[in-house]
Ligand binder design. Sequence first.
Ligand code: AMP
Ligand code: MG
Length: 292
Amino acid sequence: MWHARQMTVKSTDPWQTPAVEVLRAHPGIRVAEIETNATPGFTGDKATGERLIEERGAVLSRLQEMLFANGRWGDRRSILLILQGMDTAGKGGMVRNVIGHVDPQGVDHTSFGVPTPEEKRHHYLWRINKALPRAGQLGVFDRSHYEDVLVVRVRNLVPESVWSTRYDEINQFERELVDSGTTLIKVAMFVSLDEQKRRLAERLERPDKHWKYNPGDVSERKLWPAYQEAYQAMLDRTSTEHAPWYVVPCDRKWYSRIAVMELLIDAFERLDLDWPSVEFDVELEKRRLAEA
Ligand code: AMP
Ligand code: MG
């Protein structure tokens, strides 16, 4: 698909290949072979990335305001960013550093933890449905319905006969979502086992990070191969034309953030937004105001 970004790629653009192209999960991708410390498509260094995130953050903010404005004037569309990744992949930091650039009133953020007793009484998509972004909103999911084919699969929380039907069900669910006007940006965040260890160690070193540490996360490390398998199945079975996965290496936080920033900007640009045309007569209102 052709869009505005290609028009603006200059030789000085540190993106050699746009993030949407280089990060899109292609058929045959192997989770075990993802280079988690790579910076696909990006030729700049950390300083370039950190400078760029401010610049692009301003662009994102403008686009998000436009979506919000259109939502106020009847446009039904919305965008939903789904962040999936193992503990320490940097989901929270992604929200602060990328989504942090936009006006909070246009953001609908939800994080999904272990289902509450009430959630457990319902179908796994029940809590997801409740959290979907309304018209004009940028929804952000920190974890999602994909937990129901990841942790649930790895930990045998339901029998295989149950979780194995969920891939098709999720594809169908997302199809309906897209048809109703929600653009999905599904981001699979990958860190290496070593990098995770460093990040968990840091959580233990720093009293201001103790709250993030969960002793259970260490036990999950033993299940790493099983998680890799579950992530592999997720990419194989739920990266669809209407809702593709993007695979983002996350050992370098600065890279993962600038990459997701670009994925978001691309999604907004594809909406081809403009400021909404209002239903009142602007010239008439100017005259009325002058006389008021
Ligand atoms: P955190 O994101 O660090 O707050 O951790 C949330 C925890 O909730 C993770 O360990 C997830 O695996 C877990 N979790 C999220 N969704 C589900 C689910 N549907 N079933 C079981 N555990 C889940
Ligand atoms: Mg955690």
